[in-house]
Design a protein around this ligand. Sequence first.
Ligand SMILES: NC(=O)c1ccc[n+]([C@@H]2O[C@H](COP(=O)([O-])OP(=O)(O)OC[C@H]3O[C@@H](n4cnc5c(N)ncnc54)[C@H](OP(=O)(O)O)[C@@H]3O)[C@@H](O)[C@H]2O)c1
Length: 314
Amino acid sequence: MRAVVINEPGDTSVMNMVERPIQKATKTQSVMRIHAFGVHRYEVLTRAGGSPDVKFPRVIGVEAVGEIHEAAADGKFKVGQKVITMMGGLGREVDGSYEEYALIDDANLFPVDYAGDWVTLAQYPENFYTALGSIKSLSLKAGQTLLVRGGTSAVGLSAIKLAKVLGLTVTATSRREEMLPELVKNGADKAVLDRDNALVTTETYDGIIDMVGTVTMADSIAHLSKGGVVTLIGLLAGEWVAKEFSPFTLSDKYLTFFDSTDVQQDLVDEMFSLIAKHHLEIPIAKVFKLADIREAHDYVMASRDMGQVIVDND
Ligand SMILES: NC(=O)c1ccc[n+]([C@@H]2O[C@H](COP(=O)([O-])OP(=O)(O)OC[C@H]3O[C@@H](n4cnc5c(N)ncnc54)[C@H](OP(=O)(O)O)[C@@H]3O)[C@@H](O)[C@H]2O)c1
C-alpha cells in the first residue's frame, strides 16, 4: 500500500510517497481501508513543523472515511463495515490518513450509516463534528441568534448549515466583501464584513463561534447580547495568545473553547441524522488523488474558493 511519509518538517517536498506493507490488526486496533479524506490548513501547519508535539517520521492527516479491512480480534467491527475516524491523536501521535490503509484504535473508529459516495462522505467528519459541538457549547435555543465568525471556512459553512436546521438565526462573516453574498447563498440569514478584526455591525448575538481566534476574541465579546456565549474554536489568524484581555468585558457574558479531540459516538450519530434528514452539505472545493498531495497542500493554502478539499483514494 502507499503512504505519504514525512521524515522531517518542511515545505511540500518533504511529503514522499512510499510503499509499505499493510499492518495487521491487533486485539484492540482494526485496519481501515481509507477511501477518502479531507485536507486541512492545520495539517499544512503540522507538515511545516508548527505542531511541536508531532514527532517525525509521521503520516499526517486527522480524519478519514472508509471501511474495515481487518477487524480487531476483541472488537465490535465487521470486515467491510463503513466507518469514519478523526482526531484522538490521528496524524499527530499515531500515523494518520495520508495513506491507503491505517491501523486505528477501535475507540477512534465510528460506524456510520451513510448511503452516498466516499468523496461526499469525506466532507463531514471533522467539519460537521466540530461545528455541531461548537453550536452545542453555546446552549442556544431555537429562535436565538448565532454569529459564525470565519463563515467561509469549511467548519464555518458546516456551522451555518447545522445552525439553520436547529432553528437559529445565523449571521456569518468574511474579511472579503465579495464573499458576503456567497455566505447568504450558502444558508446564512445575513453576512457581515470582518474588517481588520472588527465586525462592521452594531448588532449583538446570543452566541458566537469564533474561528479567527485570539485577535478577534475581544471584539466578539463586545458583540454578545446579555447572557451570551462566545466559543473560540480556531486560530485562523495564527495567534495563540491574546495580547490584551480584560476579564471585566465578560460581565453577564461567557467565554469558552470547544475542542473536538475526544470524539463521542452519540454526537457523531446526531450529526449524521441531521445530515440525512436535511440533506446538508457544503461545497467541495477540489478533489485530488493521493499522488497529488503536494498540490493539494499548495491549493489549500492558496485557494480563495470556499469549501472542503478532499483526497479520493480510489
Ligand atoms: N477546536 C476544534 O476542535 C477544531 C476542529 C477543526 C478545526 N478547527 C479550527 O477551525 C478553523 C477553521 O478550519 P477550516 O479547516 O474550516 O478552515 P478553512 O476552510 O481552511 O478556512 C479558510 C477560511 O479562513 C479564513 N481565514 C484565513 N486566514 C485568516 C486570517 N488570518 N484571519 C481571519 N480569517 C482567515 C478565510 O476566510 P475569509 O478570507 O473569507 O475571511 C478562508 O476562507 C481553523 O482555525 C481550525 O484550526 C478547530
